[in-house]
Design a protein. Structure first.
Length: 161
């Protein structure tokens, strides 16, 4: 499987991605694990493939937190989908050093708080989808850091100001 560039595990009953289970896939760039039963990752589940991943789809699982350790320093990641999980907040530095990330999907969670330094070194972000959450306020100053942001979707939240 050393030539594999795309792995789609959509709609299975996976509960985890064990450490080293993706080792030996030196060309893997697209990983889709949506609609499974994964609530957390082993700390280094993506360690071997993270430097090359361009697309990671974890939507429709049961994550209650951002799998930060598995995402940080994913220097080629352009598309990240964490929609339709149970994520309640984005803590400081959880989405850090994702220099190529263009699209982030967080809709359909229970997001109610985004900490001030949640996003660090995410300069290419163009599309941010956070609809259908519980967000009560957005700090416009923090959004200014996304110089390339073209679409911000916060439809159906609890915004008051």
């Amino acid at each position: 499987m050393s030539r594999l560039t795309s792995l789609n595990l959509y709609g299975n009953k996976l509960k985890d991605v064990p450490e080293h289970s993706l080792d030996g896939l030196p060309r893997l760039r697209y990983l889709r694990i949506e609609r499974n039963q994964i609530c957390a990752f082993s700390p280094n589940a993506l360690a071997e493939v993270k430097p090359r991943l361009e697309l990671l789809d974890l939507s429709g699982n049961c994550f209650s937190a951002i799998p930060a350790q598995n995402l940080r320093n994913s220097v080629k990641l352009m598309y990240l989908d964490l929609s339709d999980n149970k994520i309640g907040e984005i803590n400081n530095f959880e989405l850090m050093n994702l220099p190529q990330l263009k699209e982030l999907r967080l809709h359909g969670n229970v997001l109610n708080q985004i900490h001030p330094m949640a996003f660090m070194n995410v300069p290419q972000l163009q599309y941010l989808y956070m609809r259908d959450n519980l967000i009560g306020s957005l700090d416009g100053n923090r959004l200014q850091a996304f110089h390339k942001l073209e679409i911000l979707d916060v439809t159906n939240n609890l915004l008051q100001k």
